[in-house]
Design a protein around this ligand. Sequence first.
Ligand code: GUN
Length: 290
Amino acid sequence: MTARILDGKALGTKLRARLGARIAGLGFKPGLRVVRVGEDPASGVYVRNKDRAALEAGFDSATLHLPEATSEAMLLAEIARLNADPAVDGILVQLPLPGHIRAEAAIAAVDPAKDVDGFHPLNAGRLAAGQKGLVPCTPRGVMHLLAEAGVVLPGARALVLGRSQIVGRPMAQLLLGADCTVTIAHSRTRDLPGECRRAEILIAAAGRAEMVRGDWISPGAVVIDVGINRLADGRLGGDVAFQEVVVHAAAISPVPGGVGPMTIACLLENTLEAAVARRGLVAGWRKAPR
Ligand code: GUN
């Protein structure tokens, strides 16, 4: 068996085009502000990609690049200003922040209605409680990839490898909400290969290059690789040993070109959703009846 490759680049492009078409019929441009503090080089690339994708789809997007020396109080004041700006529908504070700023404080300062990262404790709590709210972009993108793979989710055994606030935990909640039987595995899990072998859906978000090996995969499983690592030979690779796994799985997302482009598309999806919800519009983009 050779797995079907789940092309996140193509799917992300399709989703962004769909969002662009909706925005064209909206009569206003949803506003996105990405806040970057300091000079983390990877963040520079990510932020540029987000900004470019947003502008292309018709959003009013801008990046606020604050100097490394910005204090936590100054950042919180900037976030408060964006919270109060009616033209701003979505706020994303790019992580990591410089060491003297608490990420938790920055995340908690964002208005939950504009929290397009879905990281605010109120949105995390809503997700855990099975309520509507803004959902973190990467797990949301993974759900799109699973839909593209045509997996039947109810009753499926899903394993999430990794328990981060950004990916692992919200991912498990989304799968649970879709009626999967969910296991969360992590660095302290006993017999990780055995746990993976029982999975029909495997989401690798452990942050360790090529950790998931070919003989960890149940034949016919769907494997989504959330990892992004610089390999010893300089190439970018995921948390899955792609060449080993591709011969066992039914479908697999590559790195690069899998989850990454979906994360950006879902940031835009969240921003449009936040704009519509904040402005009291409903699916047809008319004012909701009161
Ligand atoms: N840094 C790496 N990934 C992300 C993300 O999804 N959101 C934010 N805010 N920062 C990140």
